[in-house]
Design a protein around this ligand. Structure first.
Ligand code: SF4
Length: 468
């Protein structure tokens, strides 16, 4: 009998089965359901419609609500969405809700938090879920957001679902899953100083295309993956959906366990790994020594090219943020290049979470607590001429016209975000190049797309940043 992959084992365990095979449909128990301010109101509406006005969620300790998308805007419909979440949380007695208390459900732009350590608000859901201890190996996480696959970096099955599926899970704590076949992506070697995980995932998506992993598991493994931080692994799994993947996973190792032990709200979890005779529907290997800094050109994440080939492309704006490119290690990578220099184009920086924002103020350039005479990461970025905004999804998803960093006309932007479809960052006329924080920072300094090897000559250490 063939062995099973990590994903198959997690699904089998949650289905009460000894074995499952790709293509089978099974009912599984869900460990955590997450929703946010965009899809939460719709999910809540369907939940009440199907289960009744007085219905209670299946387990109030397994529902996590994280407003993050349209927070810093005067748009009243966005304020109303946050209020719908608040009313639901109160009525259901939910414990895990991260309220932007500065959104008052009244006209005008809410005043952002002053101190990121003194707000209930936490920032982008996919960064906040592991930070707040809602992510554990071996579990099943569903979220009403396609980038829920990010949490697969921690060895769990995590995937995005629509509002109807989420409402159903809210009511009964289960979902119906088709077991995905697994694609195996093996990376060898040490990551060179001019590459990050963003280059690795752009290489994968450029190879297989935006539909290349449709309804499949993307399994990232090899010695190079083991050498990555959890934050960089999250960049890989975050963008599994950009290839159509059902989920993305990395092996669980001591780095994973260290993170989860420190953060998790539950003390026990199960670690699964692929059997030696597990079956894969696709395999591909990369040697990091041969990989170059990459970009995804407009208007698709699989429109791969090297940064060097695009050096003729002049840019109007740079953007460093989102769940895939707004982590503290991304900020350290960018600050490592921008330190002591001035950007040539407007450069917007949006921390992925309030924890990231706090760390940007607390840490020095090597990811340690800064000394009295050292500059913080935020100070370095501000002195380089960057605009630093409050944590959230911000312009990654375009948003209302008053959104920080949004594109409004035919700008050319280089961005650490994960999607560059027309209109994604606000304007249908804009052109967005996706790239690593190193490539984005290097390009911000020159005003055209720039290979970071022009600025990076040795590894940029990130210490324990993002781990704690
Ligand atoms: S940061 Fe961007 S990709 Fe991530 S959840 Fe927000 S809108 Fe989606």
């Amino acid at each position: 009998m063939p062995g099973m992959t990590m994903t198959e084992k997690i699904i089998a365990r949650h289905a009460g089965r000894a074995q499952v095979r790709p293509g089978e449909n099974v009912w599984v128990d869900v460990d955590v359901l997450m929703t946010h301010d965009v899809c939460g109101p719709g999910t809540i509406g369907i939940f009440h419609e199907k289960f009744g006005r007085a219905a209670k969620v299946w387990d109030k300790k397994r529902v996590v609500i994280i407003p993050d998308h349209y927070i810093f805007t005067a748009d009243e419909k966005c304020h109303r969405n946050v209020q719908i979440l608040r009313d639901f949380v109160r009525a259901q007695g939910l414990e895990y809700y991260y309220d932007p208390e500065f959104v008052k459900n009244e006209p005008g732009m809410p005043n952002p938090y002053v101190d990121p350590t003194r707000t209930h608000y936490r920032g982008v859901c996919h960064k906040v879920l592991p930070e707040e201890g809602h992510v554990r190996p071996g579990e099943i996480l569903l979220g009403t957001d396609s980038h829920t696959c990010t949490a697969g970096a921690f060895g769990q099955f995590a995937t995005g679902v629509g509002n109807t599926d989420a409402a159903f899970t809210l009511g009964i704590g289960k979902t119906w899953l088709k077991v995905p076949p697994t694609m195996k992506f093996v990376f060898h070697g040490q990551i060179p100083p001019y590459l990050t995980a963003k280059d690795m995932i752009l290489a994968v998506i450029g190879e297989i295309g935006v539909a290349g992993a449709t309804y499949k598991t993307m399994y990232f493994t090899g010695d190079a993956i083991r050498s990555l931080t959890l934050e960089d692994r999250m960049t890989l799994t975050n963008m599994a959906i950009e290839a159509g993947g059902k989920n993305g996973v990395c092996d669980v190792d001591e780095k994973t366990l260290q993170y989860v032990r420190h953060r998790s709200r539950n003390r026990s979890w199960d670690v699964f790994e692929d059997d030696k005779n597990a079956e894969y529907c696709y395999q591909k290997q990369w040697d990091l020594a041969t990989l170059e800094p990459l970009v995804a050109k407009p208007h698709s994440p699989d429109n791969k090219d090297t940064a060097g080939n695009c050096r003729h492309v002049r840019i109007d704006q740079a953007y460093i943020g989102s769940c895939t490119g707004g982590k503290i290690t991304d900020m350290i990578f960018a600050a490592g290049i921008l330190k002591g220099c001035r950007v040539k184009v407007p450069t917007y920086v949006v921390p992925g979470s309030t924890e990231v924002h706090a760390d940007m103020r607390r840490m020095n350039l090597v990811g340690a607590a800064r000394g009295p005479n050292e500059k913080s990461i935020e100070e370095i970025l501000l002195e380089a001429g960057c605009h630093v905004g409050p944590s959230g999804c911000s312009a990654c998803l375009g948003g209302p016209p008053d959104t920080f960093g949004r594109l409004h006309s035919g700008e050319v932007c280089i961005s650490t975000t994960n999607r560059n479809f027309p209109g994604r960052m606000g304007s249908m006329a804009a052109a967005v190049y996706l790239a690593s924080p190193l490539t984005v920072a290097a390009s911000a300094l020159t005003g055209h797309i720039t290979d970071p090897r022009e600025f990076v000559f040795q590894p940029i250490p990130t210490g324990m940043a993002g781990v704690r």
